[in-house]
Structure formats: structure tokens, C-alpha cells
Design a protein around this ligand. Structure first.
Ligand code: SF4
Length: 79
């Protein structure tokens, strides 16, 4: 499985990831990105379906600050 999490400390709210993978990433009130897939709430705990891997990787590759992280295990971040 794959899991993803956005580091808001380095996100610059450029708006790219949500355009690339709108089912995975959206923005908070400050425009900072967060994982919204399946109620993840940017905890990095919801397994991303295989058919969304390409969009997820494209968003990761396109992030100008490398704020999008992808791992094989859950991140278990605080919401
Ligand atoms: Fe933030 Fe990166 Fe998404 Fe831009 S692409 S909004 S910097 S996480």
C-alpha cells in the first residue's frame, strides 16, 4: 500500500497538487495543502488506491518544495 502526507511547514500554497490530484490533495483555509482522501485529514493513514498512484506521484514530482511525502507505511501524523 501507499500513503501520503503533506508537510505544511514547507508547503508554499502554490496550488499545484490539488490541480494534479484533486481526489487526494486539497487546501486548508490558508491555502496549504493537505491529504483529504477518504477523510485522511492529513494524518497519512488512509491507503491510496492503486489507480490513484500515478496522480499521486505526479503531484509529488510537481511540488516545488518537496512537501508531498509518499511511503509504504502509514505516517500516523496528528490531525
Ligand atoms: Fe504545497 Fe507542494 Fe501542493 Fe504546492 S504542490 S500546494 S507547495 S504541497
Amino acid at each position: 500500500s501507499k500513503y501520503t502526507w503533506v508537510d505544511k511547514d514547507t508547503c508554499i500554497a502554490c496550488g499545484a497538487c490539488g490541480a494534479t490530484a484533486p481526489d487526494i490533495y486539497d487546501y486548508d483555509d490558508e491555502g496549504l495543502a493537505e491529504v483529504i482522501f477518504d477523510g485522511d485529514n492529513n494524518r497519512g493513514v488512509m491507503a491510496i488506491p492503486d489507480d490513484m498512484f500515478e496522480d499521486m506521484q505526479d503531484a509529488c514530482d510537481g511540488c516545488p518544495t518537496d512537501s508531498i511525502h509518499i511511503e509504504d507505511a502509514p505516517f500516523n501524523k496528528e490531525a
